[in-house]
Design a protein. Structure first.
Length: 270
């Protein structure tokens, strides 16, 4: 049986440990600075109204979108591999916890850390806009936090993917390389390659199913598609709908997290 109390205790430990790490302070600080500064500049130097809130918010999210992949990867690429290198995994498993609780606890801990920076920063940014141009409508505010939910869902996907690589990597460096090159850059490159294949094959009528799958397999792409919750995407017209992108993120999260649980349960830690 999986103990929710054990999961919570592990997640709480991870949460407080990550809050003190240099990587979290540096990356989250850069993110907060970029997002808040972007909204402040747009609010201070432009003649806007409360109706422009979602457009300004979308632009600020686009400016800092790289952090929605970098932050979760930086915090979770060595969740298991670090414990293995330091031999602390044996001490952890010697306690009345099982491996599933370790994985879920670490996953939850990083999730809470990311929420502790994303939610306050977006809220502060919204408040800065309100100071200059009035409070946005309740409808626009609800849309802004709905999109924030999509952002958090995408970060969860990167946490679970990095956690997956960390479960079978023998070093933290290997896990980091896999998370960045395969998990982030690699998955994002599948879509343009599929578009090139489509062009060379002469299929220009409609969007083939494999192009949609190639797009949906990347959390970063899905987040770009979900941006239509608050505004039109700035760079491209996504081949999938908002609903399909959210569904793809959920499937990605479930599959990678289950693989992490299965692999770590069977992994030889000797």
């Amino acid at each position: 049986m999986i103990s929710l109390l054990s999961i919570w205790e592990i997640s709480r430990k991870e949460f407080y440990e990550h809050l003190k790490t240099k990587r979290f302070i540096l990356i989250s600080g850069l993110y907060a600075l970029g997002f808040i500064l972007s909204i402040w500049i747009s609010s201070y130097y432009n003649t806007l109204t409360s109706r422009d809130f979602l457009e300004i918010l979308a632009a600020s999210h686009s400016v800092t979108s790289i952090f929605y992949a970098i932050l979760p990867i930086a915090l979770s690429y060595d969740l298991i591999s670090r414990e293995r290198i330091n031999k602390s995994i044996y001490l952890l498993l010697s306690k009345p916890v099982n491996r599933e609780e370790v994985v879920l606890g670490k996953f939850l801990g990083v999730f809470l850390v990311i929420c502790s920076i994303l939610i306050p920063v977006v809220t502060i940014g919204s408040a800065i806009f309100s100071l200059y141009h009035g409070t946005p409508s309740l409808h626009d505010l609800s849309k802004s936090y709905l999109y924030l939910g999509a952002i958090i869902l995408a970060t969860l996907c990167y946490i679970s993917l990095s956690l997956l690589f960390s479960t079978f990597s023998r070093s933290s460096a290997t896990s980091l390389i896999l998370s960045l090159i395969v998990g982030w850059f690699g998955l994002s490159m599948i879509y343009p390659l599929s578009v090139m294949y489509r062009a060379f094959s002469g299929n220009v009528s409609g969007i083939p199913w494999y192009v949609k799958i190639a797009y949906a397999i990347s959390p970063y792409n899905n987040l770009n598609s979900a941006q239509r919750i608050i505004s039109k995407p700035l760079y491209q017209n996504p081949p999938i709908s908002v609903e399909q992108s959210i569904f793809s993120l959920i499937v990605f999260l479930v599959v990678t997290l289950l693989l992490s649980l299965i692999i770590f349960k069977k992994e030889d830690l000797s």
